[in-house]
Design a protein around this ligand. Structure first.
Ligand SMILES: [Cu+2]
Length: 182
């Protein structure tokens, strides 16, 4: 990418007037290529709700019979007031809870977040393996690698927003992951 950009800069510098048609066409093609290169991949999807951006919601394929699946994404708050993630719902499970990890008596545990999760003004919160995360509990079916399933996130100020969780492979752990089998 950076190579592409420096090539573009060199090209732009060279294309000083008189501006020949050939150069213009060349520049147009180059801009188009740059544009295509900057389109996020199918995996890096995002959703907007008011001042909030929800980046790349993802989950993981589960083994047959599993009753829980994790849910992860990053919320960016571009506004000047804090907001709060209150609840999550999806057809894939009976319930979806917001969990946080903690260490109790030297053992990693997870517990529901009480009162929702604050998204600070101008800040962001990442839900990821080993940290804050969603848990879809009472799975009605197994999420399959490569599919997307819809869910609704409800925020105190931004309201409800529909998102899609991209299901990644079972081995997709991120760092400091903890098994959700209970
Ligand atoms: Cu959990």
């Amino acid at each position: 990418m950076s190579n592409l950009f420096s090539t573009a800069r060199t090209y732009a510098l060279r294309a000083t007037p008189p501006f020949h048609l050939q150069q213009r066409v060349g520049l147009a093609v180059l801009s188009l290529l740059l544009l295509l290169a900057c389109v996020p991949s199918a995996i890096a999807h995002e959703f907007k709700a008011g001042d909030l951006e929800i980046e790349h919601p993802w989950s993981r394929a589960t083994p047959p019979g599993a009753k829980v699946a994790g849910g992860y994404f990053t919320v960016v708050n571009k506004g000047s007031a804090p907001d709060r993630l209150l609840s999550i719902s999806s057809d894939i499970s009976d319930k979806a809870e917001l969990h946080e990890m903690g260490v109790k008596d030297g053992v990693m545990t997870m517990r529901p977040v009480e009162g929702g999760l604050e998204i600070p003004a101008g800040g962001k919160v990442a839900l990821k393996p080993g940290a804050y995360h969603l848990m879809f509990t009472g799975l009605k079916r197994q999420p399959k690698q490569g599919e997307k399933f819809p869910a609704t996130l409800t925020f105190e100020k931004a309201g409800s927003v529909k998102v899609e969780f991209a299901v990644e492979g079972m081995g997709e752990t991120g760092s400091g992951d903890m098994d959700h089998a209970e």
